[in-house]
Design a protein around this ligand. Structure first.
Ligand code: DQQ
Length: 534
C-alpha cells in the first residue's frame, strides 16, 4: 500500500513486513553482529511468536537471515519468547530463551548454533532435554520469563537473572549453573520493588566508574557499578538503577536506597531493551524495541509494526555519577551525507525561524542552545511545578521556555512535532531543565498517539544545553546533554512527508531570547535486505 509507505523508516532496523517486538540474543560473533527479535511471521499484530534473525558488520546495514527458531516443540509451541546469548570463553554460544508451552506455562529453554564455524550462525538446535527450568514453587506459571546473559563468577559457575513477581511485587530471581543444563536457584532476590507488577526482560550488567569503555558482562570489582534494568509490564516502560553487586553474596545494593525501580532509559516509547558487550569495539550496546503509536488497524493496513531504536552505547555518566549516558553507536555517522551549519541563530521570544535545508525526513541534527542571561536573571520564579506529560505541550508558555525545534513540520505548521527545552526557576534561583516532545499536533490523523513525552535533564553548571536528534520519517530520537536523557517518539504526519517536510527553530518563551547553533546532516538510507545465497 504505497499510500502508507512513507511511515517506513530508512535507517532503522525493521523486518520487510509483519510484527516485531523485543530484541533477543544480541551478540558479536566472528566478525558479525547478530540480532534476533520477537517476530510474527503471519501478521502485523503480536502473536505466533518466533525468532527473526539478521546480521551486520556495523549495526546499521543488515542482512535478514532465515528464522532462527520457530514454535515447533511442546515447550515453545505457544511462542518462542525472549532470551539472551552468552558467548563462552571457549567460543561456544549458549542461547537461553523462554518458551510458552502447550499448556501456556513459561519455561526456560536452551539452544545453540548447529555449526560454530558458520559465522552467520544460520542454523539453531534446541537442546534435547528442554525445558531446562520450570517456574519454581511460589511463582505463577505465567510470571517466569526472559533470562539474561550469564556472567561468570569466582566459584566457577555461571549466573543469570530472570524477572518475575510475587503478588504485585516485581522481583529478579537468580540461578547458577556449570554447564547450562542443570541449574540451581539461589536464595534471595537481586532486587524487588513492591507495587511494580511483573518484571519483564530484566538486564544486569557492569559499567566502569572511570573508563569510557564498556565492560564484559562478567566484570566485577571496585571500579565497577552494576546496572539493574527492568521492563515494567504495568506501564510498558524500561527503568534502570545503579548499584553495587557482590558476586559472592549475590546481592546488589542500589546507590540510592530510595530509587525503587529507578529512572527511565527513555521518556518516550522504548521497551523490552537489552544490552550486549561488543568485544570488537569494547563497548556495551543497548537495543530497544520501539513500537507503533498508531492504531492496530493502521498497522494491519500498512502490513508492518515496530522498529528497533538505533543501537546506543551505554556508559556511566562520570560527571553526575547517578545516571547513564546513551548515545547512538558511532557507525550511524557513516550515513551522514551533506551537512549545513547554522551559527548563533537568534530566536526571539514568541517566534519561529525556518531552517533552510534540502530535505527534512532523514536527518541527524546536533544543536546547542543558549538563553540570554538577562532574562534568566530577571525572571524571579517560573513553572516550578512543570512536567512534560501534564503540560499543555509546546503551547504552554513560560518565562524561560519552551524553545527548540519543530521537526517533521509542513510549511504552514499545521503539522509539527516540537522537541524542546523547558526551564523552570525556583524561588531559590535554581534552574531545573526538562526536555519534551509534543506529539499533539504531529499528525492530522486521529488514530495516533498525541501525548507529550519527556522528562528531567541533569544540567551541570556552565554547561550549554545540547541535543542530538535522529529523524527518520516516523521516528524521532532525542539524546539530550550527551545522552543523559533520551526521548523516542513515533509520529505519523500526513502532510509533512517527503519533500513537503520542513524544519524550524522555535521559541515560545515569554521572556528569554535564545541563541542556537546547529549542524544538520542529510542521512542516507541503510541497506536492510534479505540475504539471498546464489
Ligand atoms: N515479550 C515477550 C516476552 C516478554 C515480552 C513475548 C516483553 O518474553 O516478557 O513476545 O515485551
Amino acid at each position: 500500500n504505497s499510500m502508507l509507505s512513507w511511515q517506513r523508516t530508512s535507517f532503522h532496523f525493521q523486518p520487510e513486513k509483519n510484527w516485531m517486538n523485543d530484541p533477543n540474543g544480541p551478540m558479536f560473533y566472528k566478525g558479525w553482529y547478530h540480532f534476533f527479535y520477537q517476530y510474527n511471521p503471519n501478521g502485523a499484530v503480536w502473536g505466533d511468536i518466533v525468532w527473526g534473525h539478521a546480521v551486520s558488520t556495523d549495526l546499521i546495514h543488515w542482512l535478514h537471515l532465515p528464522l532462527a527458531m520457530v514454535a515447533d516443540q511442546w515447550y515453545d509451541i505457544n511462542g518462542v519468547w525472549t532470551g539472551s546469548a552468552t558467548v563462552l570463553p571457549n567460543g561456544e554460544v549458549v542461547m537461553l530463551y523462554t518458551g510458552s508451552t502447550n499448556e501456556s506455562v513459561q519455561v526456560q529453554n536452551l539452544a545453540y548454533p548447529a555449526n560454530l564455524s558458520d559465522p552467520l550462525l544460520i542454523e539453531w538446535v534446541k537442546y534435547s532435554d528442554n525445558p531446562v527450568l520450570l517456574p519454581p514453587p511460589g511463582i505463577n506459571k505465567n510470571d517466569f520469563r526472559d533470562p539474561t546473559t550469564a556472567w561468570y563468577t569466582s566459584d566457577g559457575k555461571w549466573k543469570f537473572a530472570i524477572g518475575s513477581r510475587v503478588n504485585t511485587t516485581g522481583i529478579t530471581l537468580v540461578y547458577h549453573t556449570k554447564d547450562f543444563k542443570s541449574y540451581e536457584r539461589l536464595d534471595g532476590l537481586l532486587h524487588s520493588v513492591p507495587d511494580t507488577g511483573m518484571w519483564e526482560c530484566v538486564d544486569f550488567y557492569p559499567v566502569s566508574k572511570t573508563a569510557g569503555k564498556g565492560l564484559d558482562t562478567s566484570v566485577t570489582g571496585p571500579g565497577v557499578k552494576h546496572v539493574m534494568k527492568t521492563s515494567l509490564d504495568n506501564d510498558r516502560q524500561d527503568y534502570y538503577a545503579l548499584g553495587i553487586y557482590d558476586e559472592k553474596t549475590d546481592t546488589w545494593v542500589p546507590d540510592n536506597p530510595n530509587i525503587g525501580i529507578g529512572i527511565r532509559y527513555d521518556y518516550g516509547i522504548f521497551y523490552a531493551s537489552k544490552t550486549f558487550y561488543d568485544e570488537q569495539k569494547e563497548r556495551r550496546v543497548l537495543w530497544g524495541w520501539i513500537g507503533e503509536s498508531d492504531s492496530e488497524f493502521a498497522d494491519m493496513k500498512k502490513g508492518w509494526a515496530s522498529v528497533q531504536g538505533i543501537p546506543r552505547t551505554v556508559l556511566l555518566d562520570t560527571k553526575t555519577g547517578s545516571n547513564l549516558l546513551q548515545w547512538p553507536v558511532e557507525e550511524v555517522d557513516s550515513l551522514r551525507l551533506s551537512s549545513k551549519e547554522f551559527d548563533k541563530v537568534e530566536v526571539k521570544a514568541g517566534s519561529v525561524v525556518p531552517l533552510n535545508i534540502v530535505s527534512a525526513t532523514q536527518l541527524d541534527i546536533v544543536a546547542e542552545f543558549e538563553l540570554d542571561k538577562e532574562a534568566l536573571e530577571r525572571t524571579a520564579q517560573s513553572n516550578v511545578e512543570f512536567s512534560c506529560g501534564y503540560s499543555q505541550g509546546a503551547a504552554q508558555r513560560g518565562a524561560l521556555g519552551p524553545f527548540g525545534l519543530l521537526v517533521l513540520a509542513d510549511e504552514s505548521l499545521s503539522e509539527q512535532t516540537p522537541v524542546y527545552f523547558y526551564i523552570a526557576k525556583g524561588t531559590d534561583g535554581n534552574l531545573t531543565t526538562f526536555f519534551c516532545v509534543d506529539q499533539s499536533r504531529s499528525s492530522e490523523a486521529t488514530d495516533v498517539n498525541k501525548q507529550i513525552h519527556g522528562g528531567y535533564v541533569p544540567v551541570l553548571k556552565d554547561e550549554k544545553l545540547s541535543v542530538r536528534l535522529l529523524v527518520d520519517h516516523s521516528i524521532v530520537e532525542s539524546f539530550v546533554q550527551g545522552g543523559r536523557t533520551c526521548i523516542t517518539s513515533r509520529v505519523y504526519p500526513t502532510k509533512a512527508i517527503y519533500g513537503a517536510a520542513r524544519l524550524f527553530l522555535f521559541n515560545n518563551a515569554t521572556e528569554a531570547t535564545v541563541t542556537s547553533s546547529l549542524k544538520i546532516w542529510q542521512m542516507n538510507s541503510a541497506f536492510i535486505h534479505p540475504f539471498r545465497a546464489k
